[in-house]
Ligand binder design. Sequence first.
Ligand code: NDP
Length: 281
Amino acid sequence: MSTRRYAVFGHPVAQSLSPRIHAAFARQTGIDLEYTAIDAEPADFVAALERFAADGGGGANVTLPLKEAAFALCQHSSERARRAGAVNTLTRNDGHWHGDNTDGVGLVRDLTDRQGLDLRARRTLLLGAGGAARGVAPALLDAGVEELIIVNRTPERADALADALGEPERAHSRYWESLRDEGDFELIINATSAGRSGGHLPLPSTLTNSRTLAVDLSYGEGAIAFLAWARSVGCRSVVDGLGMLVEQAAESFRIWHGVRPDTDAVYAALREQNAILVTAD
Ligand code: NDP
């Protein structure tokens, strides 16, 4: 049987750990595959994906800033992708792309199964309304968070995400400028890409209490600024996005190959080399 071809598309994407993670899963499960990183600007994304399919590409992950565009090009999509309005996992079937979103299940698995945290009844603040925020928001509601407040630099995108979630009792958008009046939260999730570009998030210390869990979906250098803020204002637990990265990849791998890899060894190896931080208690 010929080597199966997979890739992660994004812009930029050169630093992506996904090729290493999928190579490790492939070794573990004995599946012969090639997984590469393909840089595609938003304007070129559809054409690049079609070239990949023409060259035998069977599946792709999609990362920033392409997840909403990936959703728009899918002929079929899973319920969780439709709820998110964003796709991070594409599978080629009968000449069409099928879209799924594994970000939400990846985050919740990392926080609950690996870090042993209970998300239920936590008043939650979600920073950002891009592809990643769209992926994790439905999963957070399903995991039982009490209330989900969404703020975004471009407020219209936060409004659109809150509307799409369809749970007006629990999920609302707010203006960033009004955060000082919103009280405190037991869970704060940074789903912005601000840390990757050195951007500063204006966050008042009144957002946290002694139970607050702060999570940055970024890892490595991109997570430093937000997690340093979280520690400086006394958050109880501070988690970066490395575990989510491995878990969402495992779920994509299961979709493509029908086998769920063991994530613990892969996570431990990456953590050794990306020791930014995880301090869940
Ligand atoms: P998108 O490009 O789709 O969205 C970026 C988001 O960040 C938007 O909400 C944008 O706001 C906001 N933003 C960007 N710069 C700033 C800034 N300077 N100040 C305030 N807000 C800002 O990216 P994704 O949603 O796909 O990814 C977001 C982050 O999550 C990335 O760092 C990515 O690496 C990480 N991620 C991690 C995963 C994991 O498995 N650990 C999985 C997916 C993502 P606006 O709408 O105003 O532009």
